[in-house]
Design a protein around this ligand. Structure first.
Ligand SMILES: C[S@@+](CC[C@H](N)C(=O)[O-])C[C@H]1O[C@@H](n2cnc3c(N)ncnc32)[C@H](O)[C@@H]1O
Length: 204
């Protein structure tokens, strides 16, 4: 069946207008039993965990903090000496606590003014940046991510600028980093077969 571009455009416009905001979108999603998405399960989750577990071991990293940890399915697969997961969704944090309750190396908190000062050697952002629809939310998130890292930041996302499409908007985050946190230098990019790649930044 041929799609009508005008109908597609109108549906997209209405959906974008009805978007409740990124934080509320995720809280509603998780409280209706939604999960963190296909990137947090199966082969994608194994790939992300495999890469990060190796990086942490090779670089003798002692502490990791994640901004936007999701429902815990991805975090469960991390073998880090110490891991703190933060998220804006209370329901997601409750799910993480339940899933990882027998793992003393992992702790989870809601991302708010009480937890924004937490730091770790490595700060990670996995499949989150392109869900930060509002400009101020995106910029605040990036500041928190880079402030928290004493040595490294690893981002898993697609480094392009796109229009907003309901709960997705890609960001050219490398440009933001160059301009706002020049003390961090990109020292490796690991290309993946999907649109997201790993970007490793190092504090100079
Ligand atoms: C696609 S999930 C990715 C979860 C996890 N990082 C993974 O790779 O499995 C995106 C997560 O980002 C969280 N999120 C959305 N806006 C956020 C913000 N401003 N700060 C921190 N987390 C946020 C959502 O609640 C959701 O759990």
């Amino acid at each position: 069946m041929t799609r009508n571009p005008l109908i597609d455009w109108t549906v997209k416009k209405i959906r974008n207008t009805l978007f409740p905001g990124s934080a509320l979108y995720w809280e509603r999603h998780y409280s209706k039993d939604g999960n963190s998405g296909s990137g947090s399960y199966g082969r994608s989750a194994e790939y992300k965990a495999g890469f990060l577990n190796q990086f942490v071991e090779n670089n003798h990293i002692q502490s990791v903090i994640e901004f936007g940890c999701g429902d815990g399915n991805q975090a469960m697969q991390f073998n880090f000496p110490s891991y703190t997961g933060l998220d804006v969704s209370t329901t997601a944090i409750e799910k993480c606590g339940e899933l990882c309750k027998n793992d003393p190396a992992k702790q989870f908190f809601i991302l708010d003014e009480k937890t924004t000062g937490l730091k770790a050697e490595l700060a990670i952002s996995l499949d989150v940046i392109y869900h930060l629809i509002e400009k101020d939310v995106y910029e605040n998130y990036m500041k928190q991510l880079f402030t928290a890292a004493t040595k490294y930041v690893i981002i898993y996302a697609w480094d392009v600028e796109s229009d907003k499409n309901y709960h997705v908007k890609h960001r050219k985050f490398s440009a933001w980093i160059k301009e706002n946190v020049p003390e961090f230098k990109l020292f490796n990019k690991i290309k993946n077969s999907t649109f997201s790649d790993f970007y490793i930044y190092h504090r100079r």
